[in-house]
Design a protein. Structure first.
Length: 96
């Protein structure tokens, strides 16, 4: 999704707790047309009360969120944007 669309590429979340609601809205789109959200990555805003200071490089927010697919199963995960280390996947589909 383009930048500026709620939950789209480069969108800045104000609260971590906003993410599940956005993901549940985008999930059906991802299931039908994953290419539309392939490179979509939203970020936690620096102005978020959930933000904490750590090592910040290139003035980039520390955490981003993206969809993950494994076979027919879909989930999402938080990941650091500059080290590309990811957190545990939150699966949206039941285990096969």
């Amino acid at each position: 999704l383009p930048k500026g669309v709620y939950g789209g590429m480069g969108y800045k979340f104000q609260l971590i707790s906003d993410v599940p609601g956005i993901i549940s809205t985008l999930y059906p789109i991802y299931k039908q047309r994953p290419i539309l959200l392939k490179d979509s990555l939203a970020e936690l805003s620096r102005h978020s009360p959930d933000w904490y200071n750590g090592i910040v490089r290139h003035d980039t927010p520390t955490f981003g969120i993206e969809f993950v697919a494994a076979g027919s199963r879909v989930g999402y995960q938080w990941k650091t944007l500059y080290l590309f280390s990811a957190c545990e996947v939150i699966w949206l589909d039941p285990e096969p």
